[in-house]
Write a protein that binds this ligand. Structure first.
Ligand code: SER
Length: 888
């Protein structure tokens, strides 16, 4: 048997022997490609190479690529766990030709590898080709190559339409006709006529193993196809399927790539895995699949949250957690399965190993969070569904409540609905969601239209030259003026708008650094720049207002950046790099940058971490940075190929594609890719001081810090506060905390005294009550109602009065703060042979509608009617007068 690893390595080695460069998997989160949520195929990292926007030294490549198919054009989520071979996360093996070989060689290589390399029996293989569709010609050429290379008879070369045999990455991007290799799994010999029938859930039947795409076109936004600069090859074979075929198992979940996670889920649940379509087996497969996606995304810094990719991850994690709950797993378990996935995948994808701790911690946190509402959410759902007929609909408002209050993603509700026989009113849900969004935020209508103006402008103008690394002032001509989202020929005094020049020293907001401010002057006027932005790569736009004269396209202008603001921003940006380095030095590489904002007044840095920085760690980071400041090391920028930068240990967000050059900044030990503006030497930063470290979201924290004059201003503010406090408490500056500590202690003692005195006052204030005591026969009796608020004060008062009147019977009543009545009765010890407090208080309590009891010398009762307290306590006189009250 071949292991998954052997198949992956064998595939790569085969293509390396045939002149292909082995390239590491691109990230799951495609950098700089908003058109795609996740990498969904091996070609994603080469997209710009196919379209000719980028070049690569090697014309052939081979990869094992991490893929996720859960949104957009390729979405397999519904089938995961149910069929034998659908996944959210999977690995795609591929070979690529960038304008080098084409169909002939691609087909020959694939056939050789399938039959000789993997040893699959040729009579179990059939192929499909593009049979023509949507105005495109059938691919007769491929059919002829298959006949010649593989000796396949006509009935084993099937012709299909665009749906099956025209591949495209998404709505836009490179695409072309394709040819697929299908393998028959199961008993007996295949009948090619049954190809296209869904495989049976156990995996028997046809499985598509390999897709050879003949990349010939690029699809643009308006669905038009343009030929690529050179016909190319992109092939993709799912590793899990290849492994199932090579290992002779029907289900991908039975291969060594996935089965260990299924087994772990079964062990945790304490239930056997039987590989059937029973609900428990499906749940175990879903957990295995989702655990792999969870680990891979977290290891790339995607953390479960409310929108975009982060929400896709949350949906998947919560589905897995709910399947665990369904299996009866009561403890946190997802992290264990996710770590198992790390074990299985980390040899190939080292980032998984580096982020092991983060994977475990985030998985645990998310499960803890969701488990807190899961049970109540399910109960809420059940209260609605019990007694309903199968096929009923869950109202949109309830679906929204489950989503909003209990954290149930909509698709999870649909999965539950599928199991329990209800459907969810999606439209109603969307309406409720829309209404909630409107309540909480403004809409973004109009952004699309504005983007078109920028695109036109940029294609006419080309790249605006940025000269701001070297200079803060420059001369140029106005290339265009915009007002309210359209190009205009004039901007007059008082008008706000955007001004674009061929060249500029103004830095446009990017990489967390804010856009520059400053002035643009012409012979006739002054334009004050309040912000600089790059709405499209290469297009730099100055936003602001004409404060004097008029501006028109073609005018010569002088651009001057606000020097003080730029300098302050520069200090903060360089300090951000040093702090990033120091943070990783103190916390380790699991502190991954999640975002930053560098402005003139402060810097902000978001990073992954499970707990707040301790005070000593903050001190350590500050020291590390300030030591580098004092070294006064030079800042060195180099422009070099990405591969070299990586080799030299540069960190940062690798947005650039292979083959492109990057800008790398070295500041003492910090080496980072960065396009921002920086100090010349670290000494220019001045003092660095952290202001705060706060939690932002689960597993993400934010540091705010200041430098230079900002640090000085901060220290002054602290000093002012302290001096003012010292003045108020009349202390020396450096003894203030001692003094305030002592004052607080005194304050606490005084508070205690005040409370004690109040109590005494209440008790003391009633002292003259003793004068109301009467003689009943030989016995001194006192019955009185007071208002002391609580039972304890009433007891103390009764004791005091009885001591004073000794021997005596005392009955007191008081309303409580919450509107009830309390009664106490106390009888001097010698008198208890005749009268018992318990018996007396019960009879008094009848009057206020209550009951009570206690010892012979002391008893207490409560009642609901405080209005009758006076009547109740007065009754004590008549009770003592009547012989029935006596004991025995
Ligand atoms: N891009 C094609 C696919 O994903 C071949 O790699 O199927």
């Amino acid at each position: 048997m071949r292991t998954g690893k052997e198949i992956r390595d064998g595939f790569r080695q085969f293509f390396v022997r045939h002149g292909h460069e082995p390239v590491a998997s691109g990230p799951l989160v495609p950098p700089n490609d908003p058109s795609l949520m996740f990498s969904n195929a091996g070609m994603v990292q080469f997209k710009d190479v196919f379209t000719g926007q980028q070049s690569r030294p090697a014309k052939r490549a081979t990869t094992a690529q991490k893929c996720v198919r859960i949104s957009g054009k390729h979405n397999d989520l519904e089938n995961v766990g149910v069929t034998a071979r659908h996944h959210t996360f999977f690995e795609m093996l591929g070979n690529f030709s960038f304008g080098d070989y084409f169909k002939q060689e691609a087909i020959a290589l694939a056939w050789e590898l399938m039959t000789e390399g993997l040893g699959l029996p040729p009579d179990r293989l059939v192929v499909s080709i593009f049979g023509g569709d949507q105005g495109l010609e059938p691919d007769h050429e491929s059919a002829a190559i298959w006949r010649e290379v593989a000796g396949l008879p006509e009935e084993r070369i099937l012709r299909c339409g665009a749906k099956d045999n025209f591949w495209q990455m998404g709505d836009t991007g490179p695409c072309g006709p394709c040819s697929e290799i299908h393998y028959f799994q199961g008993e007996g010999l295949p009948d090619p006529a049954t190809l296209g029938h869904e495989p049976r859930p156990d995996g028997s039947g046809w499985v598509e193993l390999w897709n050879l795409v003949f990349m010939q076109f690029e699809r643009h936004a308006k669905a038009t196809l343009r030929p690529l600069p050179a016909p190319s090859i992109d092939t993709g074979a799912g590793l899990e399927r290849l492994a199932a075929a090579a290992q002779g198992v029907l289900s991908n979940y039975d291969t060594d790539l996935l089965r260990p996670i299924v087994d772990l889920a079964s062990e945790i649940a304490g239930k056997p895995y039987r590989g059937t379509l029973a609900a428990d087996d499906i749940s175990m497969r879903v957990i295995a699949d989702h655990a792999r996606m969870t680990s891979c995304l977290i290891s790339e810094g995607v953390l479960p949250d409310r929108d975009g990719r982060a929400y896709v991850l949350r949906r998947v994690m919560r589905r897995a957690i709910r399947h665990g709950h369904r299996l009866g797993i009561e403890r946190l378990f997802l992290h264990e399965c996710a770590l198992k996935a790390v074990d299985l995948l980390c040899m190939e994808y080292p980032e998984l190993d580096e982020q092991r701790a983060l994977v475990a911690q985030i998985s645990e946190q998310e499960e803890e969070r969701f488990r807190a509402t899961l049970r109540r959410g399910l109960e809420r759902l059940e209260s609605h569904t019990t007694g309903k007929k199968p096929g009923h609909t869950l109202p949109g408002s309830l679906a929204f409540e489950l989503y909003d209050t209990y954290g149930f993603p909509l698709d999870l509700q649909e999965v539950i609905g599928h199991e329990q026989g209800f459907s969810v009113d999606r439209e109603g849900f969307e309406r409720a969601l829309g209404a909630a969004r409107e309540r909480s935020a403004g809409s973004k209508v109009g952004e699309q239209a504005v983007a078109a103006v920028y695109r036109n402008l940029s294609s006419g103008l080309g790249r605006v030259e940025f000269v701001g690394y070297e200079r803060e002032q420059a001369e140029s001509r106005i290339a265009s003026l915009l007002c309210d989202g359209s190009e205009v020929q004039l901007l007059a005094k008082g008008q706000s708008g955007e001004l674009v020049t061929k060249l500029t020293p103004f830095y446009a907001e990017a990489g967390g650094q804010v856009g520059d401010r400053g002035t643009i002057t012409s012979a006739q006027g002054l334009f004050e720049v309040s912000d600089t932005q790059a709405p499209l790569p290469g297009l730099i736009v100055h936003r602001g207002r004409v404060s004097d004269g008029t501006f028109a396209p073609g005018q010569q202008v002088r651009l001057a950046v606000d020097h003080a603001r730029r300098s302050a921003t520069r200090r903060n940006h360089s300090a951000t790099h040093l702090m990033h380095w120091a943070l990783r030095t103190v916390l380790g590489p699991q502190a991954v940058q999640k975002g930053s904002l560098v402005g003139p007044d402060r810097l902000r840095f978001d990073y992954t971490a499970s707990r707040p920085l301790a005070a000593e760690q903050i001190g350590e980071i500050e020291d590390l940075v300030n030591e580098r400041v004092l070294c006064n090391a030079p800042a060195a920028t180099e422009v070099l190929p990405l591969a070299q930068a990586k080799e030299r240990g540069a960190i940062g967000i690798f947005e650039e594609k292979y083959g492109s050059v990057v800008r790398m900044l070295t500041l003492a030990e910090s080496i980072e890719l960065c396009g921002g503006t920086h100090v010349e030497r670290t000494g220019d930063i001045g003092l660095f001081k952290i202001l705060s470290d706060t939690g932002l979201a689960a597993g993400v924290r934010r540091i705010e810090a200041v430098t230079g004059t900002g640090a000085m201003a901060h220290l002054r503010r602290l000093e002012r506060e302290l001096s003012e406090t010292a003045r108020l408490v009349k202390s020396n500056l450096l003894d203030t905390s001692d003094k305030v500590g002592r004052m607080l202690q005194r304050h606490r003692e005084q508070q205690h005294e005040v409370k004690e005195l109040k109590r005494q006052l209440v008790a003391g204030g009633r002292r003259d009550l003793s004068s109301q005591a009467r003689k009943v026969g030989a016995i001194t009796v006192l019955g009185a109602s007071v208002d002391v608020g609580d039972a304890r004060a009433l007891r103390e008062l009764a004791d005091k009065l009885r001591n004073k009147l000794e021997p005596a019977v005392v009955a007191l009543g008081s309303p409580t703060k919450d509107g009830r009545a309390i009664l106490v009765c106390t009888v001097s010890k010698p008198l208890t042979v005749r009268y018992q407090a318990g018996k007396l208080v019960r009879q008094l309590a009848e009057v206020v509608g209550g009951a009570g009891g206690g010892r012979p010398d002391f008893a207490q009762a409560g009642g609901s009617n405080p209005a009758k307290l006076e009547q109740a306590v007065q009754r004590v006189y008549s009770l003592i007068a009547s012989p029935e009250a006596e004991v025995g």
